[in-house]
Design a protein around this ligand. Structure first.
Ligand SMILES: [Cu+2]
Length: 317
């Protein structure tokens, strides 16, 4: 798919740009505008509300997708209606922590740029203090930097792509002292909800990841837990490949479980058997996380929705 320049310029909301790897090779400038929003949002499938802090009103914030060498032209807006200072820390950027990542007060905005020089899957998050509270309340997201070399035998084109971001939910959103002690951590969130894509454990779950048998499903995973690593395992499957930090140069084959440090982002590919429908459960096999929300079902059936996990549809809503 070829993306016109006009299309890219209109992506100021920081939406995912699909199919970049087969597009033209010249570096571009991608405008990303995000607004810090302190809002109540549902954190499970039955609609339990939580006083979240977010980028653009969702957990995670919008997926930003660029290609290696592109310039990200970024604006952060902190509306006067907010009570707190906020900031943006893109892990894909090489800048000045005291300058670009500095917090800004309600009623102000800031603008800065960086060149996304290193390919991979990177976390972004608010860095205002107490940072543990700003992240635990939901101020995090993913920036994918596609490699400028495109696909290859070592980095094959996937049939489906999904973004999964895991986070920790704390009972008392204001109690950052408890967060420092990892106390009153009640649930795990996947893309902002407990058992978000797990109709097996939550009758209120409406969705699962889908693919056809034999398809290569690429998971862009970020561990946005404030205190805990993740042991990512696809139950009833094996990761065909894991690209550490999402970089095609860092490839591992045939992995059962991959340990993802806090803030780490990785690409994990799974290919289900071609000859039969199957299901996988992608879990944090640290079971206190799995059984409190970190389970995602992947259904591999011949009638899988052709639009799921394709184009800009990387985060199932
Ligand atoms: Cu913040």
């Amino acid at each position: 798919m070829r993306l016109a320049k006009k299309t890219l310029a209109s992506l100021c909301a920081g939406l995912a740009i699909g199919g970049l790897l087969s597009g033209p090779a010249q570096a571009r400038t991608v405008k990303v505008v995000m607004t810090a929003k302190e809002v109540n949002i549902p954190i499970d499938n039955k609609g339990t509300m939580y006083p979240a802090w977010t980028f653009n009103g969702t957990i995670p914030g919008p997926v930003v997708r660029v290609r290696q060498g592109d310039t990200v032209d970024f604006t952060l807006i902190n509306p006067a209606s907010n009570k707190n200072s906020h900031a943006m820390d893109f892990h894909a950027a090489q800048v000045d922590v005291l300058k670009e990542f500095a917090p800004i007060k309600p009623g102000t905005r800031e603008h800065w740029k960086f060149v996304a020089k290193v390919p991979g899957v990177f976390m972004y998050h608010c860095g205002a203090m107490p940072m543990i509270e700003h992240i635990a309340r939901g101020m995090y997201g993913v920036i994918i930097v596609d490699p400028k070399g495109g696909y290859s035998r070592k980095f094959p084109k996937p049939d489906r792509e999904y973004v999964l971001v895991q986070g920790q939910l704390f009972q008392h959103p204001d109690d950052y002292q408890a967060m420092l002690l990892n106390k009153n951590w009640t649930n795990s969130l996947v893309n902002g909800k407990v058992f978000h894509y797990d109709p097996v454990h939550d009758p209120n779950a409406r969705q699962a990841l889908v693919a056809k048998p034999g398809e290569r499903v690429r998971i862009y995973f970020v561990n946005a837990n404030v205190n805990l690593p993740v042991a990512l395992h696809p139950i009833a499957g094996i990761w065909d490949r894991v690209y550490i930090n999402g970089n095609p140069r860092n490839v591992l084959y045939g992995m059962q479980t991959y340990g993802v440090a806090a803030t780490e982002g990785d690409i994990l590919d799974i290919v289900s058997p071609k000859d039969r429908p199957t299901n996988n459960a992608i879990v944090d096999h640290q079971l206190n996380a799995a059984l409190r929300g970190a389970i995602t079902v992947l259904m591999n059936t011949p009638d899988a929705d052709p639009k799921a996990g394709r184009g800009t549809n990387l985060v199932l809503k």
